[in-house]
Design a protein around this ligand. Structure first.
Ligand code: ATP
Length: 308
């Protein structure tokens, strides 16, 4: 096969409980991930030119607002492909093309999604046949959100978020995502979360999964899920980007069952009652100040999957 295309979903965090800062610089987390139907596509192809002096792994990025995505070795898809080649113990070549629809630095783990997609695509292109367990291990070394992008659906991550267990869900949940202008740096949002806690003199609680959230997922109860959504990073994201409070309030006013900052933001996620309600909500939200665009999506959806 000379080219493999993999489709990979964005995630929204249904619960993000942030514990104390650990000595290794990470936080203990309880992170309930939910994969939604907003996809990037990564194609891995055999390079057409046979120039042995060319970089073994090259990357191009297509889509709106991809300016901040590096096209160097720092691209997470390139890092993933390199880690896979290292694991296989041989040198390999590939041209990677990323078609981005997941907002960049939007709190929806787009970079991690591309890394997961590159692992699946290059595993196929290079005929390595590594099992998903091996890909999960490589993924965890690249970043905390990468294993989930391989797995998809709904799962709870513990530790720094990388120890994953799938969660039982029923039915389909309908979402609206309000994308903001510009991104928010994830480390900066975690830093602000620590700072706000220190300022308020509150110790970070030990993170625990919400039983109400698990029950809502099991029962496919959108109303209960909307009530149970929580994100400990939200106060920090709002402190850094105060206009997000207006976006969330607008969603609630227009009947969203739940309104939350997605991960480290600035994307805001709204849970709707139905696909129709999601479209109505999206139409109402697109005129809110600070909202660059609005998309609808459903979840859960599978993780990185070879397309076609
Ligand atoms: P998360 O939700 O995991 O915290 P995020 O959605 O906020 O992440 P990403 O879109 O994953 O943020 O990207 C964060 C940064 O990573 C970008 O600003 C960019 O510099 C870098 N990056 C590296 N590779 C990629 C990639 N393939 N796609 C997007 N960003 C990438």
């Amino acid at each position: 096969m000379s080219a493999i295309t993999v489709r990979v979903p964005a995630k929204v965090n249904l619960q993000l409980a942030v514990g104390p800062l650990r000595e290794d610089g990470y936080h203990d987390l309880v992170n309930v991930f939910h994969a939604v139907s907003l996809f990037d596509e990564v194609t891995a192809a055999e390079p057409l030119d046979a120039d042995p002096s060319a970089a073994p792994l090259r990357v191009r990025v297509e889509g709106d607002l991809t300016g901040e995505v590096p096209v160097s070795d720092d691209n997470l898809a390139v890092r993933a492909a390199r880690a896979l080649a290292d694991r296989a113990g041989r040198s390999y070549r590939a041209d990677l093309l990323i078609r981005k629809s997941i907002p960049v630095a939007g709190g929806m783990a787009g970079g991690s999604a591309d890394a997961a997609a590159a692992l699946v695509a290059c595993n196929d292109l290079w005929g390595l046949g590594l099992p998903v367990e091996d890909l999960m291990e490589i993924a965890a070394d690249i970043g905390s959100d990468v294993p989930f992008a391989l797995l998809g659906d709904t799962a709870v991550g513990t530790g720094r978020g990388e120890r994953l267990a799938p969660l039982e869900t029923a039915g389909v949940f309908h979402w609206v995502f309000a994308l903001a202008d510009g991104g928010l740096s994830t480390p900066r949002v975690y830093g602000e979360c620590d700072r706000l806690r220190e300022e308020a003199g509150v110790a970070a609680p030990t993170p625990a999964v919400s039983e109400a959230l698990l029950a809502a997922l099991r029962e496919g109860d959108a109303r209960a899920l909307g009530q149970a959504l929580s994100n400990d990073l939200q106060p920090a994201a709002l402190a850094l980007r105060p206009s997000l409070a207006d976006t969330l309030a607008a969603g609630r006013t227009h009947g969203a069952l739940g309104a939350i900052v997605s991960g480290s933001g600035p994307t805001c996620a709204f849970l709707a009652e139905s696909a129709e309600h999601a479209h109505e909500l999206a139409a109402l939200l697109k005129d809110v100040d600070g909202c660059r665009s609005v998309v609808t999506a459903h979840g859960p959806v599978p993780g990185a999957t070879v397309a076609g």
